[in-house]
Write a protein that binds this ligand. Structure first.
Ligand SMILES: [Zn+2]
Length: 248
């Protein structure tokens, strides 16, 4: 699969519903490049890196993680360069590192509400042999905004709460008016039955409305325009988001 071009500097390997693979984004800077998310497995990272090399680009120096969910982080052991995430992502992945990967343990976590059936179903598809699952921590966690100076452009990282998870990292490339949100535009399937908590949603909306962006790069669908994204977020506010299996 080849990289899709979104803007002069932003490319992505498209999502795949079969195993719930999210989009993996690639931001090409003059001095170095940055990946958004590590994907779900060795296979996923290899697909991404092959596409980057095929496009004639260097591999990313940094991989920024949007949140802790397996489909965005289980590729971490196989990436090159450094990785950065919200502090809470590191904390949660420390817990996940202690999880056993057997059918019994997975079912038990579902019963206890620690993990959800939708993830387990797709993890089994991506990992026919569950023993292949390896969980690594991001190299570094942060709870304050940071800027990566890529030489020709600046990339801003905002660790924050979101309607989807408490450990969101928003990534903003003002030079091209692109905002990367991971799955932050969706409801919370772990703590809120797929719904968006009104307070979290309101604070999140207030924050992104203050950013100058025209394209919103989401996790599991094609990038959206600002208007489309804000419209979809309002649906979430009114509880009309697509049911589980749609946007997540
Ligand atoms: Zn997610």
């Amino acid at each position: 699969m080849s990289l899709q071009k979104l803007t002069d500097r932003v490319y992505y390997l498209p999502w795949n519903q079969e195993t719930d693979q999210p989009n993996l984004y690639y931001i090409h800077g003059r001095d170095f490049s940055v990946a958004v998310d590590a994907g779900q497995s060795r296979r996923h990272v290899e697909l991404f890196y092959d596409a980057i090399v095929q496009a004639g680009f260097p591999l990313p120096r940094y991989t920024v993680i949007t949140h802790w969910h397996w489909d965005h982080t289980f590729g971490l052991p196989y990436i090159q360069g450094e990785s950065i995430a919200h502090c809470l992502t590191v904390q949660q992945l420390k817990k996940v590192q202690a999880w056993a990967w057997t059918d019994e343990a997975m079912q038990e976590r579902e019963r206890a509400g620690e993990d959800i059936a939708f993830c387990n179903e797709h993890i089994r598809k991506e990992y026919p042999d569950l023993k292949d699952i390896a969980v690594s921590l991001p190299g570094r966690g942060t709870d304050t905004p940071e800027t990566l100076d890529m030489g020709d452009v600046q990339l801003h990282l905002f660790p924050m709460d979101s309607p989807h998870s408490r450990d969101a990292m928003l990534i903003w490339l003002p030079a091209e008016k692109v905002l990367f949100v991971g799955d932050a535009d969706c409801g919370d399937y772990y703590d809120n039955q797929g719904l968006a908590d009104p307070d979290r949603l309101e604070k999140y909306l207030e924050f992104i409305r203050g950013l100058d962006f025209e394209l919103c790069c989401i996790g599991h669908d094609a990038p959206e325009s600002r208007e489309e994204n804000l419209r979809n977020m309002l649906q979430l506010e009114m509880g009309k988001a697509e049911p589980f299996g749609g946007r997540k």
